[in-house]
Design a protein around this ligand. Structure first.
Ligand code: AMP
Length: 601
C-alpha cells in the first residue's frame, strides 16, 4: 500500500489536471473539433471509404468534408462492415487496423450492429473515465476514504468469420489492461476484485461481487452499476440469495457453487469468518420490508451511480424505494460507436441531467430534429443542414452524428438530444430519447418495425383456430424485476369454440423468437428480461383507447392505435379490460454472435 501523503498528492494533482482538461477543451471547443476532424481525415486520407467520395489527402478540409460526405446509418455501412468481418484487412474505413468489433445493443435485421474499433480508442475511453471522479469529488468530498461497490459484468464474445473478436464495449474495456492493470487509486478502488468482474458465469460473478460488497459494507461510500436495471438486478439477487451469502460470511467459506478457482481465490482474500456481520445482514434481510435496504446494509453510501436517463428513468421509483431517496448520479453518456461525454453537475435531478460532449472524443455534428415535419423516409437530408458542436441552439433538439477515429464518418447514432446549456463554449445536452425505440427493459431496444414483424409472425398461430388479431399495443412492465414486455391484443373470433391457452402461449414464444438478438440474450443468458406476456382484451377496448385519445385532443383523421403505451391512465384503461393473460412458456433461442457465424469454443 503506498504511503498516505504522497498518494494524496498524486491524486490531487491528477484531479486538478482532469478538471483543467475539461476547462481547456470546453473553452476551445471549436478549435479542438477542427483539429480532431483534420486529424481523422489526414490519417485516413488513403482509406477506400473517403476516396469513394473524392476526399483524398489534398482536399481533406472541413468545408469539403461537409460538402461531399453523406450522412449515413448502419445499413449504408453494412457492406463495408461485412467485408471487414469476413477478413478483408485492406484500409476500407480506417488506416489503422480494426482491432475488434464492438457489438452495439442497437440492431440491424435482428442482429447486433458491429462497430469497428481500433486499439487507441481504449485510451480515449479510459480518458473519459478518468474525468468522472475528479468532477464528482467537487460535489461529494471524501470519496477517497472508502470504496465503490459497483456491479460490473462481462458478456459472451464471438469471433467473426474473418477472426475478429465481436463483443460489447464494456467487456472489451474490463478485459483490457486499462482496467485490469489500473494503478492503485482511491477513486478506482472497488469492492469487487477484478476476477469477480471478469468471470463469464453471470451467477458466480454476481454472487461473488455481492459477497465482497457485503464483507466490506462499512468501507462502501458509493454504489452503482452501468444502468439502473443492472443495479436493481443485484438487489433482487440479494433478496433471493442472502441466506447463502450470510452463511458464507458466518463461516468464512465460499459456497461450493462458486467453482471458478480464480474467483474463489480472490474472494477468500477478503472473506473472513464474521459472525456479527452475518447476524446483522440476516436481521436486516429478514425484515418484511426492504425499503431502504441499501442504506441499511451499506450505511455510509452517499449516492447511487447508475444511468437513469432515457428509458432507464422507469426504474427511478424502485431505486428511491431501496435507497430511501439517495441521490441518483448519472455520470456519463457513451456508446459502442464512441464515448461522448460526462455530466459536470452530477447531483442534478435525473430529469435535469445534461451531458457535456468532450470535444476530443470524436467530431460531432447535429441534425436538427423537426418533430412536426420530419424529413420523409427516403428523402435525402441536406448535407449542409448539419450543425457544428458550438453552433447548436439552446432548447433545440438534434440527432447526434459522429465522425470517429475508428472509421465512422457522419454516422447517425440514433439518439435525440436537447441543448440544456453550455459549459464555456461546449453545449450540454439532455438525453431525450433513442429514435424509434418503443420497448426497452435492459440493454434491449426494440423498434416499432421489429415489434410489428414479431406480432405478425405470432398472430399467424391464431388463424387455424378461426381467430385473427385486430389491434395491438405494448408496454414495458417494470413493476417486477426482471421486467417484461406486455402486449395487449384484441382478437376477432369467428367460431364459438374457445382457444386453448397453449395457442396463446405459442404466440408469446413466437414473438420472442422473432425479436432481436439483444432481447433474446436478455431472456436467455442475462436473465434480465422476464417471459413475454399477452393480455387479451375485451372487444371494443381499442375503440375506447381511441375515444380517450380524441378526448385528449387527437385528430380523428390521423388517429392510429399507438404501438406502445407509457401513459399510466391508458395502461389502466387497457388493464381494466383484460379478459385473460398468457406468458411465454420457455426461453427463445439465442447463441452468441450472428446467426450465420459459427460460435467460438
Ligand atoms: P450501446 O451502443 O449498446 O453501447 O448503446 C449506446 C446507447 O445507449 C446510446 O446511443 C444511448 O442510446 C444509450 N445511452 C448510453 N448512455 C446513456 C445515458 N447516459 N443516458 C441515456 N441513454 C444512454
Amino acid at each position: 500500500m503506498p504511503e498516505e501523503a504522497p498518494m494524496k498528492d498524486v491524486v490531487c494533482e491528477k484531479s486538478r489536471k482532469a478538471l483543467q482538461f475539461v476547462e481547456d477543451v470546453t473553452c476551445n471547443a471549436d478549435e479542438v473539433q477542427r483539429k480532431v476532424l483534420a486529424e481523422i481525415l489526414s490519417r485516413n486520407a488513403n482509406v477506400e471509404y473517403l476516396q469513394r467520395y473524392g476526399l483524398d489527402g489534398n482536399k481533406a478540409d472541413r468545408e469539403t468534408f461537409k460538402k461531399v460526405m453523406p450522412i449515413v446509418s448502419y445499413e449504408d455501412l453494412k457492406p463495408d462492415i461485412e467485408r471487414i468481418s469476413n477478413g478483408d484487412t485492406s484500409q476500407i474505413l480506417c488506416s489503422q487496423p480494426i482491432s475488434e468489433f464492438l457489438t452495439s445493443s442497437g440492431t440491424s435485421a435482428g442482429e447486433r450492429k458491429l462497430m469497428p474499433t481500433i486499439e487507441e480508442e481504449l485510451g480515449r475511453r479510459s480518458l473519459l473515465y478518468s474525468l468522472l471522479m475528479p468532477v464528482m469529488n467537487q460535489f461529494v468530498p471524501g470519496l477517497d476514504r472508502g470504496k465503490g461497490m459497483y456491479f460490473l459484468f462481462i458478456k459472451s464474445e464471438a469471433k467473426t468469420p474473418g477472426g475478429l473478436l465481436a463483443r460489447p464495449v464494456l467487456t472489451s474495456y474490463y478485459k483490457s489492461s486499462y482496467f485490469r492493470e489500473r494503478p492503485y487509486d482511491p477513486y478506482t478502488n472497488y469492492t469487487s476484485p477484478n476476477e469477480t468482474i471478469l468471470c463469464q458465469d453471470s451467477y458466480q460473478s454476481m454472487y461473488s461481487q455481492l459477497l465482497c460488497g457485503l464483507c466490506q459494507n462499512h468501507d462502501v461510500l458509493r454504489v452503482g452499476a452501468v444502468f439502473a436495471s443492472g443495479f436493481i438486478r443485484a438487489i433482487k439477487f440479494l433478496e433471493k440469495h442472502w441466506i447463502l451469502l450470510c452463511n458464507d460470511i458466518r463461516n468464512g467459506k465460499i459456497d461450493s457453487k462458486i467453482s471458478d478457482p480464480s474467483v474463489r481465490e480472490a474472494v477468500l482474500k477478503i472473506l473472513k469468518p464474521n459472525q456479527k456481520l452475518a447476524d446483522f445482514i440476516e436481521a436486516e434481510c429478514s425484515r418484511e420490508s426492504w425499503k431502504g435496504i441499501i442504506t441499511r446494509l451499506w450505511p455510509n453510501t452517499k449516492y447511487i451511480d447508475v444511468i437513469v436517463t432515457g428509458t432507464m428513468s422507469q426504474y427511478i421509483p424502485t431505486l428511491d424505494y431501496y435507497s430511501n431517496g439517495l441521490p441518483l448520479v448519472c455520470t456519463m453518456y457513451a456508446s459502442s460507436e464512441c464515448y461522448f461525454g460526462l455530466n459536470l453537475n452530477p447531483l442534478s435531478k435525473p430529469s435535469e441531467v445534461s451531458y457535456t460532449l468532450v470535444p476530443t472524443m470524436a467530431y460531432f455534428e447535429f441534425l436538427p430534429v423537426n418533430r412536426t415535419a420530419p424529413t420523409p423516409l427516403g428523402q435525402k437530408t441536406d448535407l449542409q443542414e448539419l450543425v457544428d458542436l458550438v453552433d447548436v441552439k439552446l432548447g433545440e433538439e438534434y440527432e447526434l452524428v459522429v465522425t470517429t477515429y475508428a472509421g465512422l464518418y457522419r454516422y447517425r447514432v440514433g439518439d435525440i438530444l436537447r441543448v440544456a446549456g453550455f459549459k464555456n463554449k461546449a453545449p450540454q445536452f439532455n438525453f431525450v430519447c433513442r429514435k424509434n425505440v418503443v420497448l426497452s427493459i435492459d440493454a434491449d431496444k426494440t423498434d416499432e418495425v421489429e415489434l410489428q414483424n414479431a406480432v405478425q409472425n405470432a398472430a399467424k398461430h391464431l388463424l387455424p383456430f378461426g381467430a385473427s388479431l385486430t389491434e395491438y399495443t405494448s408496454y414495458a412492465d417494470t413493476s417486477k424485476i426482471p421486467g417484461h414486455y406486455v402486449l395487449f391484443w384484441e382478437i376477432c373470433l369467428s367460431g364459438s369454440a374457445p382457444i386453448h391457452p397453449s395457442v396463446f402461449e405459442d404466440c408469446c414464444l413466437a414473438i420472442e423468437e422473432s425479436l432481436n438478438s439483444v432481447y433474446r440474450q436478455g431472456r436467455v443468458s442475462d436473465k434480465s428480461i422476464g417471459p413475454l406476456e399477452i393480455r387479451i382484451t375485451e372487444k371494443g377496448t381499442f375503440d375506447r383507447l381511441m375515444d380517450f385519445a380524441l378526448s385528449q385532443g387527437a385528430s380523428i383523421n390521423q388517429y392510429k392505435a399507438p404501438r406502445c403505451v407509457k401513459y399510466a391512465p391508458i395502461i389502466e384503461l387497457l388493464n381494466s379490460r383484460v379478459v385473460s393473460s398468457y406468458f411465454s412458456p420457455k426461453c427463445p433461442k439465442w447463441v452468441p454472435g450472428h446467426k450465420q457465424w459459427c460460435t467460438p469454443n
